[in-house]
Ligand binder design. Structure first.
Ligand SMILES: Cc1cc2nc3c(=O)[nH]c(=O)nc-3n(C[C@H](O)[C@H](O)[C@H](O)COP(=O)(O)OP(=O)(O)OC[C@H]3O[C@@H](n4cnc5c(N)ncnc54)[C@H](O)[C@@H]3O)c2cc1C
Length: 404
């Protein structure tokens, strides 16, 4: 390797890490280090997209215009008796996590994506930074990007007090194959972003690409997200697996206990509009995710930066986690292009992205206030009242107009 080539170390090989890896390749020799040693595909479900995502995909050289996902033009609200009560026109592209992951992963050189590498510590030197891994190996570089998600090891080292705060509710997520949906139900929900708002809860659904990124009718999937309140005691029950082990923060999908899944299915029969009840009956492998807020006061520490969910996690109601990760990576690339002083560049990225992250987290908190078991402040009570109304929820969920 040419001694003058600068090296970037990216920790975490999911969406934020891949965006950073692709965007920094113009200036650095980049290696991505991912803890998992198998492909990450199949991890996530549907992803709502926004125009801002296109900017980062273009910069990363990804040809996405031939089909990022499935287009919808309307949002629908069904009351608990299954009556279509509201329709709101809103054009949006809906994709799937594995489709985005696949596009980014294929664009990044395989030889520089290193699986089975778990970061345990970051070491800082006068003119460099090093990553120490659980297998005893060390990688040295000029800059280190922590894109290691909600439970970030990089953040734990540099910001030990910045920890995720449980929002008081969980999300059940699932994908239903298009072909399994009966024609009458398909006609009512499939081509729309559809909502039902039982008291204190919310379920929404939208079409996404099928397995193997299929976008043709018949081969797609319908993505469901059902938010349900759960106090701290109930959360512990939900995160305890069949063998009695309590998982911290989140539980791997195959380990969710049979009783917990059976309870969810039973609740669907009584709580949801018929359309969603019928869709839940078609669900094979539901994913359970506890919902957290996370805000980092800083994103830059000398030659080390945090991006994506490692820095800020917003509740999913803005549908902006991927856009935020992509915009963090873009800001990083631009800042590093503008100066050779790495610490100064990372500080410049931080100055732009901390306020951006805070705004998205605050907005998501407002949209989710009505789903919390308790509203502690007057502001939370006002937001809860506002977003209990179907019209506000239809108009404002998963939109980024508030950023303008
Ligand atoms: C219910 C729900 C719905 C959502 N819906 C949307 C949506 O519609 N639109 C949207 O944009 N976003 C959505 N999101 C958010 C979105 O999925 C995330 O914001 C986005 O994927 C951020 O990715 P990331 O790469 O920062 O983190 P992650 O995807 O968490 O990746 C972190 C990676 O780092 C690796 N890692 C962790 N620790 C280490 C270590 N010590 N060493 C090496 N590697 C490590 C992990 O294995 C992982 O691969 C949703 C989230 C939830 C929970």
């Amino acid at each position: 390797m040419n001694a003058s080539v600068r090296r970037a170390i990216v920790i975490g090989g999911s969406l934020a890490g891949l965006f950073a890896g692709l965007l920094l390749r113009r200036q650095f020799a980049v290696d991505i280090y991912e803890r998992a040693d198998a492909e990450l595909a199949g991890r996530g479900a549907g992803i709502v997209t926004h125009e801002l995502l296109g900017e980062a995909l273009d910069a990363a050289g990804i040809g996405w215009r031939q089909g990022l996902g499935v287009e919808v033009e309307t949002r629908r609200f069904f009351d608990r008796d299954g009556r279509l009560k509201l329709e709101y026109p809103y054009r949006q592209t809906l994709t799937a996590w594995d489709r985005l992951y696949d596009m980014l992963r294929r664009a990044f050189p395989a030889a520089h994506y290193r699986g089975g590498k778990e970061l345990v510590a970051v070491e800082e030197y006068a003119g460099s930074v090093a990553a120490r891994f659980a297998d005893g190996s060390v990688a040295e570089g000029d800059v280190l990007i922590g894109a290691d998600g909600l439970r970030s090891t990089v953040r734990a080292q540099f910001l030990p007090d910045a920890t995720p705060i449980y929002a008081g509710y969980v999300a059940w997520r699932a994908l239903v194959p298009e072909q399994a949906i009966a024609p009458d139900l398909h006609a009512q929900v499939f081509d729309h972003l559809s909502f039902c708002l039982p008291p204190g809860e919310q379920i929404l659904g939208y079409p996404v690409a099928g397995p193997d990124n299929e976008l043709r009718p018949g081969g797609r999937r319908y993505n469901l997200v059902w938010y349900r309140p759960a106090d701290e005691i109930e959360l512990k029950r939900l995160l305890t697996d069949e063998g009695g082990t309590l998982h911290a923060l989140s539980i791997p999908p195959p380990l969710v206990s049979r009783t917990v899944i059976a309870d969810m299915r039973e609740a669907a029969e009584t709580v949801l509009a018929a359309q969603f009840r019928d869709l839940i009956r078609l669900v094979d492998r539901p994913i359970l995710q506890a919902i957290y807020d996370l805000e980092s006061p800083r994103m830059a520490f000398g030659r080390v930066a945090l991006i994506g969910d490692a820095a800020f996690v917003a509740r999913p109601h803005v549908g902006a986690g991927v856009v935020k990760a992509a915009q963090d990576a873009l800001a990083l690339m631009r800042a590093l292009e503008s100066t050779d002083d790495i610490a100064a560049a990372l500080k410049a990225m931080e100055a732009a992205q901390v306020p951006f992250g805070r705004r998205i987290v605050a907005r998501a908190r407002a949209l989710g206030a009505s789903l919390q078991p308790r509203q502690a402040t007057a502001e939370e009570r006002a937001n809860a009242a506002r977003f209990r109304a179907a019209e506000a929820t239809l108009r404002e969920t998963a939109t980024l107009e508030f950023l303008q």
